[in-house]
Design a protein around this ligand. Structure first.
Ligand SMILES: [Zn+2]
Length: 93
């Protein structure tokens, strides 16, 4: 017991800095133009081997968003965050 089952990815892989667990592949990058308090961040369509933390309201450059930090399942390190929901407001022109 105790050995974690980690999903393996193929291709150009982004992995956890601490335990090398695979997290995402470059094909799933949506944008590389993000910055946060931890430095540069890439936006991905999906990621594997992560767990989602507690929701909180956080003020991002683009406004208030409901976000959750995400953690590596291999070592528990914080590896990023996700938007829980995106609020888009459309006004009639
Ligand atoms: Zn890790």
């Amino acid at each position: 017991m105790g050995r974690l089952f980690l999903i393996s990815l193929e291709g150009k892989i982004y992995s956890c800095k601490h335990c090398q667990a695979h997290l995402a592949v470059s094909d799933d990058i949506v944008s590389k133009a993000f910055h946060c308090k931890h430095g540069r961040a890439y936006l991905f369509n999906k990621a594997v081997n992560v767990t989602v933390g507690i929701k909180e309201e956080r003020l991002m450059i683009t406004g208030m968003h409901t976000v959750s930090d995400i953690f590596c399942v291999g070592c528990g390190s914080i590896v990023g965050w996700k938007y829980v929901r995106l609020i888009s407001i459309f006004l009639l022109a």
